[in-house]
Design a protein around this ligand. Structure first.
Ligand SMILES: Cc1cc2nc3c(=O)[nH]c(=O)nc-3n(C[C@H](O)[C@H](O)[C@H](O)COP(=O)(O)OP(=O)(O)OC[C@H]3O[C@@H](n4cnc5c(N)ncnc54)[C@H](O)[C@@H]3O)c2cc1C
Ligand SMILES: *[C@@H]1O[C@H](CO)[C@@H](O)[C@H](O)[C@H]1NC(C)=O
Ligand SMILES: *[C@@H]1O[C@H](CO)[C@@H](O)[C@H](O)[C@H]1NC(C)=O
Ligand SMILES: *[C@@H]1O[C@H](CO)[C@@H](O)[C@H](O)[C@H]1NC(C)=O
Ligand SMILES: *[C@@H]1O[C@H](CO)[C@@H](O)[C@H](O)[C@H]1NC(C)=O
Ligand SMILES: *[C@@H]1O[C@H](CO)[C@@H](O)[C@H](O)[C@H]1NC(C)=O
Ligand SMILES: *[C@@H]1O[C@H](CO)[C@@H](O)[C@H](O)[C@H]1NC(C)=O
Ligand SMILES: *[C@@H]1O[C@H](CO)[C@@H](O)[C@H](O)[C@H]1NC(C)=O
Length: 514
């Protein structure tokens, strides 16, 4: 946003005037990456009461309004395409209150407001000798934004949907009233609210389940592709607290990462994981290589080979000295090892001009081998035409997993009309790719991506992640969702938001406003 627009915006916020901004509201990727194509106003709310007031105001004039946390999503699906839309940013509504974890208790609770991020929450908990267990996604993201969109970590053994940590939540509905929804699998309000897509209203507070603080190890092994494609995938993932694969399709290798709890006294190491930060020098080389990879497969092959080698070593530093950790396994406090964040001397890759696109679909884990083999076939079909496909992401293709969690629209729900066996959990195919900023901005062999996506959607029961897919993917994937889940969700949506002021593109594609 230009300085002029920023000044203009704050003047608008002060005067309460509206409907003239006509600008995109961007994702974390910044200019050129809209979450909403055209919005009228962006408010920085400062309290729950403030959010209530904005919603009441919008409700009175039937104006579309959406909450936003950190904009950590990928496509223009946050709002509907209505230029009257108002965004309420939750960043500054971030109190953490009412901490309770009695000495010796297995778990406790704490109340958090809408703008509390994973980073803020984990710092707070760690300094109180507590943790949020495995209900984690990534770091500069709000807990409420992750709950709204069904965010999750990768685990089969432990609960890893962020919503699994929610004991109750307060939602500001379409009339501007605060409604408390308590976790209850027999209540359609809860089954909708636990992956609400923001269509019921603004999640302003949550009572969250917490645990005593603990330490974990991280271990990583390199596997040949065949060991995974024809291997016991469930058996490699389910025994651990949290585990995932990273796939290097050109190298025909996988990295297999797994984590579990260790005794507090086992090691003094304080490992800190880096998932997204990069030095200026690394970024310069990566960007030059990947931009040229728009045209040259050889650049992508070089990139994947280099990234694979770098990713084989621990992506961890010792937090007390910021020295690189060279050997597996790595030990440390749960959040630092499971997520971590930025190294102090580096920036996130997107601030270095490295932008991405992504795709994420979840499949029953019982079909994990078949799904991965189908993707391999798609890569080989390109190879037969003389086109070499690679991973263009620093950590390869992300293969994640999810323990079943029952609700209407979550990726890991079960007992659905597709008849597939989701009861053992899900495997997620999460395919981040480099987005070139040169020429037409399309990726190398761009047509490959929708072709692969369509094959997966048509040939397998599968469900989209709600912020990692574009409109076409949602449109095609909706047929795989359970119509009774959609209908019951819609009934709750109509009760919470009769005018449809919280409408989004995702909600429209799902038929929630038909
Ligand atoms: C670098 C990165 C890593 C990620 N890693 C993971 C991961 O490991 N696992 C995973 O599942 N996801 C992951 N995500 C996706 C992320 O969890 C979701 O996109 C999440 O919704 C982003 O939250 P946010 O606070 O940034 O919300 P925004 O991006 O601002 O909003 C996302 C959506 O949620 C709605 N929303 C936001 N706040 C509220 C609220 N208080 N009430 C109601 N609706 C609301 C918005 O209207 C919008 O539709 C990642 C994203 C990024 C950018
Ligand atoms: C809202 O907060 C963001 C992030 O701190 C800031 O960039 C923006 O200028 C603020 N907007 C207004 C209207 O104050
Ligand atoms: C509500 O709208 C009125 C005008 O319609 C405006 O004066 C007022 O500032 C708005 N309040 C909020 C909290 O947005
Ligand atoms: C604090 O949490 C407890 C336990 O959930 C609850 O009974 C109590 O009402 C909460 N207190 C406040 C002030 O919110
Ligand atoms: C956390 O635990 C340590 C070690 O047992 C103790 O010294 C410290 O007082 C505790 N901190 C809090 C905030 O309870
Ligand atoms: C988190 O996001 C904000 C923008 O909302 C940014 O200013 C800040 O640097 C980010 N923090 C980290 C640790 O990435
Ligand atoms: C599964 O779905 C059927 C039909 O909707 C329902 O009667 C049954 O109670 C569900 N079982 C579980 C465990 O949710
Ligand atoms: C969606 O389906 C249409 C029609 O079959 C197809 O043309 C398109 O490529 C598909 N897109 C994706 C991303 O699946």
């Amino acid at each position: 946003m230009s300085t002029l627009n920023r000044v203009f915006l704050s003047v608008l916020a002060l005067t309460g005037a509206g409907n003239v901004l006509a600008e995109p509201y961007n994702t974390f990727d910044g200019d050129g990456f809209p979450a909403c194509n055209d919005v009228a106003l962006v408010h920085n709310a400062t309290s729950v009461d403030d959010i209530v007031a904005y919603v009441k105001n919008a409700s009175a004039s039937n104006t579309p309004i959406r909450a936003s946390g950190k904009g950590h999503m990928w496509y223009d699906t946050m709002c509907s395409d209505n230029p009257e839309t108002i965004i309420v940013r939750t960043e500054f509504v971030n109190k953490i209150e009412n901490f309770s974890l009695p000495e010796g208790a297995e778990s406790g609770t704490v109340d958090i407001e809408a703008g509390v991020t994973f980073l803020q929450f984990s710092d707070y908990l760690h300094s109180n000798n507590a943790s949020m267990g495995y209900t984690l996604v990534n770091w500069n993201i709000t807990m409420a934004g992750a709950v709204a969109m069904g965010g999750h970590r990768s685990a089969i053994r432990e609960d890893s949907m962020v919503a699994a940590g929610v004991l109750s939540m307060d939602i500001v509905n379409g009339n501007g009233d605060i409604v408390t929804i308590v976790r209850d699998d027999n209540d359609d309000d809860w089954l909708a609210a636990s992956t609400s897509l923001g269509l019921l209203g603004v999640i302003v507070r949550m009572k969250f389940k917490i645990y005593p603080d603990f330490k974990v190890f991280a271990q990583q092994k390199t596997l040949d592709e065949d060991d995974v494609l024809n291997g016991d995938i469930y058996g490699m993932i389910a025994p651990y607290a949290t585990a995932n694969f990273w796939w290097w399709p050109y190298m025909r290798k996988f990295h297999w990462r797994y984590y579990d709890e260790v005794p507090l006294t086992l090691s003094d190491q304080q490992g800190f994981q880096n998932t997204f930060s990069i030095s200026d020098a690394e970024a310069t080389v990566a960007k030059a290589t990947l931009e040229s990879g728009k045209y040259l497969a050889t650049s992508n092959m070089f990139f994947e080979t280099t990234a694979f080698t770098l990713w084989s070593a621990p992506n961890f530093r010792e937090k007390t000295t910021w020295q690189a950790i060279l050997d597996w396994p790595v030990y440390g406090w749960n959040y630092d090892v499971l997520i971590g964040g930025l190294y102090p001397d580096q920036k996130p890759e997107w601030e270095e001009g490295l932008h991405g696109m992504t795709l994420e679909l979840a499949f029953p884990i019982t079909q994990a081998n078949a799904m991965l083999k189908r993707v391999r076939q798609a890569f080989d079909d390109e190879l037969a035409k003389g086109i070499v496909m690679t991973s263009t992401y620093r950590s390869g293709i992300n293969i994640k997993f999810g323990k079943p969690f029952y609700n209407f629209l979550g990726q890991v729900t079960y007992n659905t009309s597709d008849g597939a066996d989701w009861s053992k959990g899900a495997i997620m195919f999460d395919f981040p790719t480099f987005k070139p900023m040169i020429g037409d901005g399309k990726r190398f062999n761009e047509d490959f991506y929708p072709r692969l996506t369509k094959a997966l959607i048509d040939e397998f029961p599968c469900r989209p992640h709600w912020t990692k897919n574009n409109r076409d993917v949602f449109a095609n994937a909706t047929k795989n969702l359970d119509p009774s889940h959609l209908a019951r969700f819609k009934a709750v949506r109509e009760k919470f938001d009769p005018q449809g002021i919280f409408k989004s593109i995702v909600g429209e594609i799902l038929g929630m406003y038909d």
